[in-house]
Design a protein around this ligand. Sequence first.
Ligand SMILES: CSCCC(=O)C(=O)COP(=O)(O)O
Ligand SMILES: [Zn+2]
Length: 212
Amino acid sequence: MNAPLPYDRDALRIAAAEIIGNVRELAAAGWTPATSSNFSRRIDDQHAAITVSGRDKGRLTEDDIMVVDLDGNPVATDHRPSAETLLHTQLYKRFDDVGCILHTHSRNQTIASRLYAGAGSLRLEGYELLKAFHGNHTHETEIVVPVLPNSQDMHTLAAQVDCLLDRQPMWGYLIDGHGLYAWGRDMAEARRHLEAFEFLLDCELELRKLQR
Ligand SMILES: CSCCC(=O)C(=O)COP(=O)(O)O
Ligand SMILES: [Zn+2]
């Protein structure tokens, strides 16, 4: 007989369905080119469902979603989790109320990360859409989006993210030449934050062009 799973199988099924449906739409928008991007959903206080590394994110099936513990170790599977798993699990470990993390590689996210890498951050202010971020109730506010140097060493990146989180509350960050991480308390909130970042980055890039 198989050993009992340390997580609830139905919780995994529900999380996988949510990831598959939402990511299909993000991929159709062109935000996950060439197998890039990764996605996860907390399933309990010790486990998250996450995309298997290297899969085509526009055609995900249940076999492309696996379980990791909050140290990023695969649980009851031979699959290899996303190469960037540590950037997901560090948030689940640190914040009990983070329930979903979405990482995409859209053109706007990638171009903005290149343009603002030198400054180390990008300031978004005066936009009505800032109210899309949890806790914001007015356009008369600002959000600073940090831009981290890219690295293939996830421990290095995770340590930099931890330093930022010690200093400021945030719902996302850019990685230079790479893409955007955004998160929320559930899928709907993470997706709202991701779409708000994408829209606001698009506005900032367009304004730069018009002001040249
Ligand atoms: C071909 S994209 C390079 C890796 C990456 O940045 C990414 O988001 C996807 O990696 P994963 O291991 O999660 O498939
Ligand atoms: Zn990536």
